[in-house]
Design a protein around this ligand. Structure first.
Ligand code: HDL
Ligand code: ZN
Length: 414
């Protein structure tokens, strides 16, 4: 049906509100992975984004905070960021969006009462509820084969179709000595100096884990000063192992670049910072390996325009998400507008990066609204050229943005 200008907003809002989302990057796990899956109000309050914000007000030494129980930490964060100050930061607002969408009386500020629900609910039921109420089709995990606890779960063959695997290579690519020692322990004949068939053995390891976790892509988080090519174990493993196996399996290699790891170690997970990356490394990889597929997200706001321009040059480059410090309304709006204007429909606007199951609700509630508002403007601009806006085409485009582009990119062969 052709939409009048006045009908555009309603159609876009409905399409974005109802689309079932493929969340292409999270830190979630199936319930069968035990305590690796974080959930509930105390985990929400202990999100490392909130730890960083709370410690700005705190005079206590970091180690005193870390010595508290999870519940004591949550109480400290609740008082500091929600009671003593108005909780309008994105991470604070997210906790309240979650409580509101799940039907709690947010105005009561009754943390004790909220906890009673979470202390009583069954995890399996809660996972079903979050996926249903969040309209989430499936999530892609971050699976680290060098994490002993996680390795144990995978060796038991535990799976859940709502949780897709992604093989995370941070240890292999950013800490070769540690990776080499562990690979040798597991029976792979590798040497730190790459002698013998080290490259072949790393490829064997990659194939085995891509198969074991039925990974939809390989991924790595890289420091802001990542360079490629360079004379380093990382560069050598990418060239001789990661790209050949990713190409053989026709799976993307996801590059997440821009972290200043442990800028403040006292904050632990909350201690990482951001630095502007050199997009030349991305341009080189996409150009030099035209048969490989690259999903790329950059952490610095300053990198977003050049990433979008690079994506115009390389069809094997799929920009995805407004990552971490960019996942704030003002920046999601700015970056999504830029991507619509430079790339049309051909990008993945968002991922949740959820670390706590419940975050699927607020992270997507917030992002759907912002992305929908951008799309309303884009279709309205289009209508003003005389173009006929078809409602089913709006739904088609929205399906692509919230999952179709990802699954289509996985299928494409260059
Ligand atoms: O490396 C990553 O995948 C990042 O998302 C980190 O996990 C980071 O700590 C995070 O949670 N960002 O949202
Ligand atoms: Zn992440």
């Amino acid at each position: 049906m052709v939409l009048s200008e006045g009908e555009i907003k309603k159609t876009v809002y409905e399409a974005v509100e109802n689309v079932e989302i493929t969340d292409v990057h999270t830190h979630l796990y199936p319930p069968s992975f035990g305590n690796m899956l974080l959930w509930g109000i105390d985990e929400l309050l202990n999100y490392h984004y909130l730890v960083a914000e709370a410690m700005r007000w705190a005079d206590i030494p970091y180690q005193d905070f870390w010595a508290m129980s999870k519940r004591e930490q949550a109480d400290f964060i609740w008082k500091t960021l929600f009671v003593d100050n108005s909780p309008y930061s994105e991470a604070c607002r997210g906790v309240l969006t979650n409580l509101h969408k799940l039907g709690f009386d947010v105005a009561s500020r009754d943390l004790i009462k909220y906890r009673k629900y979470f202390d009583s609910v069954s995890l399996e039921e809660y996972v079903d509820r979050i996926f249903k109420e969040g309209r989430i089709k499936c999530v892609v995990m971050t699976n680290d084969p060098f994490n002993e606890e996680e390795r144990g779960y995978w060796l038991k063959g535990l799976k859940d179709s709502r949780f897709k695997g992604a093989l995370r290579l941070d240890v292999l690519l950013n800490n070769w000595p540690e990776a080499c020692a562990k690979l040798r322990q597991w029976g792979y004949e590798v040497s730190e100096d790459f002698s013998g068939d080290t490259a072949g053995q790393i490829r064997k390891f990659l194939r085995e884990w891509m198969d074991r976790i039925e990974a939809v892509y390989m991924a790595v988080s890289l420091p802001w000063d990542f360079a490629y090519p360079e004379d380093s174990p990382r560069s050598r493993i990418i060239e001789e192992c990661v790209l050949p196996v990713a190409g053989e399996l026709n799976k993307p290699f996801a590059l997440m670049i821009g972290v200043k790891r442990q800028l403040n170690p006292g904050l632990k997970d909350a201690g990482d910072g951001v630095g502007r990356a050199d997009v030349r490394a991305v341009e080189y990889l996409c150009s030099r390996y035209p048969h490989n597929k690259f999903m790329v997200t950059l952490l610095s706001r300053e990198n977003q325009h050049e990433l979008a321009v690079a994506a115009r040059k390389f069809r094997n480059l799929m920009p995805f998400g407004c990552w971490w410090f960019l996942n704030n309304p003002s920046l999601v709006d700015e970056i999504t507008r830029m991507r619509c204007e430079l790339l049309g429909v051909s990008f993945i606007p968002q991922h949740s990066d959820a670390r706590v199951l419940d975050q699927l609700i607020y992270k997507w509630e917030h992002s759907r609204k912002i992305i929908a508002d951008v799309l309303v403007d884009k279709y309205t601009d289009l209508a003003r050229t005389g173009w006929a806006i078809e409602s089913q085409e709006v739904r088609r485009d929205v399906e692509k943005l919230f999952g179709g582009n990802f699954w289509g990119f996985l299928e494409r062969k260059f």
